[in-house]
Design a protein around this ligand. Structure first.
Ligand SMILES: Cc1cc2nc3c(=O)[nH]c(=O)nc-3n(C[C@H](O)[C@H](O)[C@H](O)COP(=O)(O)OP(=O)(O)OC[C@H]3O[C@@H](n4cnc5c(N)ncnc54)[C@H](O)[C@@H]3O)c2cc1C
Ligand code: FES
Length: 374
């Protein structure tokens, strides 16, 4: 059998945001839509992929590596969680999330047990800055562990669909060969792209006694043997907190320039702890409050300089979509029509959105009277 190999198309702009700005398909990150599940795929014993389309059949523009926030109703309560789009934006009419069951976890278990083709969910639009946009694409190294493979898979799929023929080494760590997510597809992508290489590192062989790949954890010995030029690569990492700290440590010890290191955390609390803004002092009784006016509802309320706008708006009875409350997910993005705020976000908003006057209410505090587009 002859294997067809993808040919290099020189003018593909993988890291250019205009490549991903599909006209008419924009879904602003704060905007809630209904999405419909059209298929469910078992990836491993505890990981499933859910394929969706917008209920109104519109296309969805996003950048590879971004996530959406879904808000299922579980036991009468709306619960929101972020999930990376594991599919490529080159296929904008249906999109996927790939979810690992977390023992005791509310939403991941609910999705695995209840979401079927035909089910619909509320979701708010793509957010996140863990994307290749604006970054060098010379030589790439994707390092992932467990469900952290999803943003890197979206990037790999996007490069494949664009026939970008990028120089990518994709090193995925799993507990055992049976836990390797997207194993067959990655092997197929490797077979069809001359500059795409996949390596799985398994902690143990599990049931696959003839496993030929490295066993143990990703360390400097494995990295330097398998990817001798890793110091020259742009590194994208996603996985559990312990894995990312260890990986970064290995790279730093080897003299890697951290300016070329990019990581995504799935743990909102860890992420917020890492980059937490200084906590504003509690409002003193003499502190001057500001007046906030909601342009659409006409509601007006008073906010102290130490209160977040999200907390104050909710207290005043305004309906504001929100999820993480940490400046990560982008769900509470709102236009500030008049006035100034102090925003300390954790990556949930892009500079171009800030330039357009949008702010994340969960991590913004007023520094003047305000009019919000709510
Ligand atoms: C930007 C981003 C992208 C993400 N992308 C993905 C992705 O692509 N795929 C993916 O699988 N996940 C992803 N996640 C993680 C996802 O959002 C959820 O955090 C994950 O699915 C767990 O949610 P859950 O509701 O099942 O667990 P939660 O209910 O939030 O529980 C989390 C932890 O708390 C423990 N816990 C829960 N309830 C209790 C209790 N009563 N007592 C003690 N402990 C308890 C659980 O055992 C679990 O360890 C992403 C997160 C972020 C921030
Ligand atoms: S609620 Fe997530 S960024 Fe504000």
């Amino acid at each position: 059998m002859t294997m067809t190999t993808l040919q290099h198309i020189p003018d593909v702009r993988f890291a250019d945001e205009t490549t991903w700005a599909t006209h008419g398909a924009e879904w602003p990150s704060g905007e809630t839509r209904r999405i419909e599940c059209c298929a469910v795929r078992n990836e491993t014993h505890d990981v499933k992929t859910f394929v969706f389309r917008c209920a109104d059949f519109t296309a969805l523009a996003f950048e590879p590596g971004q996530f959406i926030t879904i808000s299922p109703q579980i036991d009468g309560k709306i619960v929101s969680r972020c999930y990376t789009l594991s599919s490529s934006p080159t296929r904008p009419f249906n999109f996927c999330i790939t979810v690992k069951r977390v023992p005791g976890g509310e939403v991941s278990n609910w999705l695995h047990d209840n979401l079927h083709p035909g089910s619909t969910l509320a979701a708010s639009g793509p957010a996140g800055s863990f994307t290749p946009v604006g970054l060098p694409t010379g030589k790439l190294l994707y390092l992932s562990a467990g469900s952290g493979i999803t943003p890197l898979m979206a990037m790999a799929r996007a490069a494949y669909d664009l026939a970008a023929n990028l120089d990518i080494v994709f090193v995925h760590s799993a507990r055992s060969p049976a836990d390797i997510i997207f194993r067959d597809e990655l092997a197929q992508m490797q077979a069809q792209q001359s500059r795409f290489r996949v390596l799985a590192v398994c902690e143990a062989k599990g049931d696959e006694a003839d496993w030929q790949g490295p066993t143990g954890r990703l360390d400097l010995a494995v990295l330097s043997t398998q990817v001798p030029d890793f110091l020259e690569r742009e590194v994208f990492t996603c996985g559990p907190q312990g894995y990312m700290s260890a990986t970064r440590g290995v790279l730093e010890k080897a003299g890697f320039d951290v300016a070329h290191y990019h990581q995504e955390s799935f743990d909102i609390n860890a992420l917020a702890a890492e980059t937490a803004p200084p906590v504003a002092p509690t409002s003193a009784p003499s502190e001057t409050n500001f007046t906030v006016t909601l342009a659409k509802s006409g509601k007006t309320f008073s906010v102290s300089p130490s209160q977040t706008l999200l907390a104050a708006a909710k207290k005043a009875g305004a309906v504001v979509p929100s999820s993480c409350s940490q400046g990560v997910c982008g769900t509470c993005k709102t236009a500030v029509l008049q006035g100034e705020v102090d925003m300390q976000h954790n990556g949930g908003i892009r500079q171009r959105e800030i330039d357009k006057g949008l702010r994340l209410l969960c991590c913004s505090r007023p520094t003047s009277d305000l009019v919000l587009d709510l």
